[in-house]
Design a protein around this ligand. Structure first.
Ligand code: UDP
Length: 261
């Protein structure tokens, strides 16, 4: 396997499936199956899941409520999603532990780095709930921070889009996907990969990010096996021998102006 330890970031919105709100049971089980396959390879798996399908802190401000209160509501939403994912994994006989950045002792363990490492070493899938436990952050920041803390090899950002594009592919049909891109290029081109806090944490700690389509069956496993899936963000473009040829066959840097948004 290409990676020993991964941190998988799933957005809360992705859990909605076709719904407008909440958790889609089919999508939830689909994610659990994908995680199970990867954990079965011996790869250590940690997961951070968002809460956007239930509540985001910015919504509170829109209601005229306190932002910090809203952020805690968002964090609790991530715990609900984490509990759902934990149950789905347990249904598939996968050993899991849920560690929360906000102490909720009847439901989950508090986040303690050494405990997280121990669980991972024992082959348990570790789910980090409640983000980093502080307002004004996002679960992307939690994914970056926890990945650095547990010395994960990579952050895998599972989305509904199969990588980073020159423009939003859902709005611009001429958008082209980058197979690889550097942290500096993402910043220079002002591309939206993660929020800046999360992205900077990865950049400063030389932690690679892969953005990929989590909804395509088998994609997560293909990634772990070393196939080129989605877009890889690193300090420098990997040398040609380090990457397999990509299905798109695009040149890594895609610097020609005609291909830019
Ligand atoms: N949140 C927070 N601190 C954290 C993580 C999350 O305050 O460390 C709050 C924030 O309000 C955020 C909400 O929880 O909007 C849900 O997380 P996020 O928006 O990252 O979920 P996603 O977009 O991935 O579904």
């Amino acid at each position: 396997m290409k990676y020993t330890r991964i941190l998988l970031k799933l957005s809360g919105e992705a859990l909605m499936g076709q719904q407008q709100y909440g958790i889609d049971a089919v999508r939830l089980m689909q994610y659990a199956e994908e995680i199970k396959k990867v954990a079965a390879t011996g790869t250590q798996v940690a997961v951070v899941i968002g809460g956007g399908n239930i509540f985001r802190g910015v919504q509170a401000e829109a209601f005229g409520l306190d932002r910090v209160q809203g952020d805690y509501m968002g964090m609790l939403a991530t715990v609900i999603n984490s509990m759902a994912l934990q149950s789905a994994l347990e249904k598939l006989n996968v050993n899991t532990r849920l560690l929360s950045g906000v102490t909720i002792q009847r439901v989950c363990e508090p986040y303690i780095r050494r405990r997280a490492l121990r669980h991972l070493e024992k082959g348990r899938v570790v789910i980090f709930g409640a983000g980093i436990g502080s307002p004004y952050f996002t679960t992307d920041s939690a994914a970056s921070l926890r990945a650095i803390e547990i010395e994960a090899d990579v952050v895998l950002k599972g989305t509904r889009v199969d990588g980073i594009y020159t423009a939003d592919p859902e709005k611009d049909p001429t958008a082209v996907r980058y197979p690889t891109i550097t942290f500096d290029e993402v910043m220079a081109k002002n591309l939206n990969v993660m929020d800046m806090t999360a992205f900077t944490l990865c950049k400063e700690n030389n932690l690679p990010i892969i953005v990929f389509d989590m909804n395509k069956e088998g994609n997560l496993q293909r990634l772990i096996e070393g196939e080129t899936v989605g877009t890889l963000v690193t300090m420098e473009h990997p040398k040609p021998t380090e990457t397999n040829s990509t299905s798109s066959g695009l040149h890594p840097s895609l610097d020609t102006p005609s291909e830019q948004a």
